[in-house]
Ligand binder design. Structure first.
Ligand SMILES: [Fe+2]
Ligand SMILES: [Fe+2]
Length: 336
């Protein structure tokens, strides 16, 4: 599948007088001894010139030349973007662990790699968006990302890339980052569990793909009883979508119980907080926070307003978990 580039990130090669859509990418993705299945271009004056041919082996010289030229961006053709993001996913661990790369650039590469994979997983036009192969890629990507996501300085940089957008996959990535960073702040050693929860957080709303999108565009309170029941079915539908995958129990619990509340007034089971694992309570909280702070400018809350709103709903969410989330956001300078 050809993944469309991020909006507002395009450029055009006017060299041959023919508009050719290009996507701006980080020059730090050039890793010596790796082969890119895509051509790379750089900007010279007003023109884009070929920097590395599709299938060419990247060398130390490639990397050094970029530094000498002071290049901020490279460019990939739109039609090669899916191959480019696949390359990022395959090499993400090496890029994220490279301390010579500024954290902001690593966040940019992480965002490109993760957003493209999430976009595929939520693509309604695909017959089986979350198939076994894609699930394995998600598992690998989150496993490879864990050390980076547990850094105190990563969230601030990531926020620049993941806060915008109303699509389900964008919400999934936002909730995954918040949930994983919150859990890493107090249970860093249990990496298998955090990876399983990260997958659940990314896919938590996958069941919405099974329902007409229009019902999610309206306010829940204004829906008919039948439509409310449909909305409330999305966690169970999500588990159904993933039933053929070898998902850990914790991932399935995250998908099924992400709308439960501390006071038992959530759905689908009406379980109280005491009956739910702490990672589900973390996800329920981060889901609410992301919903309140995402979306169209006129209706979304600032982080501060969202935290005040959640605090006022103290019977609905785990207040200890809220304190942890606030600490994580404060360290990343993201509470105002
Ligand atoms: Fe949901
Ligand atoms: Fe959600």
């Amino acid at each position: 599948m050809d993944t469309p580039p991020p909006a507002g990130n395009g450029a055009h090669n006017g060299k041959r007088g023919r508009a050719r859509a290009m996507v701006k990418v980080s020059p730090y993705m050039v890793i010596p001894s790796r082969v890119g299945g895509f051509s790379l271009y750089l900007k010279q004056g007003d023109r884009l010139v070929l920097y590395a041919e599709k299938g060419e082996l990247f060398t130390e010289e490639h990397k050094q030349r970029l530094g000498l030229l002071g290049v901020d961006h490279l460019y990939v053709r739109t039609e090669d973007y899916a191959l480019f993001t696949r390359y990022l996913q395959d090499n993400i661990l090496e890029i994220l662990d490279d301390e010579s790369i500024p954290v902001g650039e690593r966040a940019r590469v992480w965002s490109d790699a993760t957003t493209s994979l999430a976009r595929e997983a939520f693509d309604r036009s695909l017959p089986a968006p979350v198939d076994k192969r894609r699930f394995q890629r998600i598992h690998k990507l989150i496993t490879d990302s864990l050390r980076f996501l547990s850094r105190e300085d990563a969230l601030k940089e990531l926020a620049r890339f993941i806060r915008e957008g109303e699509e389900l996959f964008q919400h999934g990535v936002g909730v995954m980052v918040l949930t994983v960073t919150t859990l890493c702040s107090f249970m860093k050693e249990d990496s298998d569990l955090i990876v399983a929860v990260g997958m659940g957080a990314l896919l938590h709303d996958i069941g919405k793909l099974e329902l007409p999108p229009e019902i999610f565009a309206k306010k829940f309170e204004t829906l008919s009883r039948a439509d409310k029941d449909l909305v409330k079915s999305h966690p169970a539908l999500g588990v159904g979508v993933c039933s053929a995958l070898p998902l850990p129990q914790e991932t399935l619990q995250c998908i099924l119980f992400h709308h439960e509340r501390e006071d038992g007034l959530g759905y689908p089971s009406g379980s109280t907080g005491a009956m739910l694992p702490s990672y589900v309570r973390a996800l329920a909280l981060c889901n609410e926070y992301d919903n309140l702070t995402r979306g169209r400018t006129e209706r979304r809350l600032t982080p501060f307003e969202a935290l005040v709103r959640i605090k006022s709903m103290r019977s609905a969410f785990d207040m200890d978990m809220l304190r942890r989330l606030i600490e994580v956001l404060a360290k990343a300078d993201l509470t105002s």
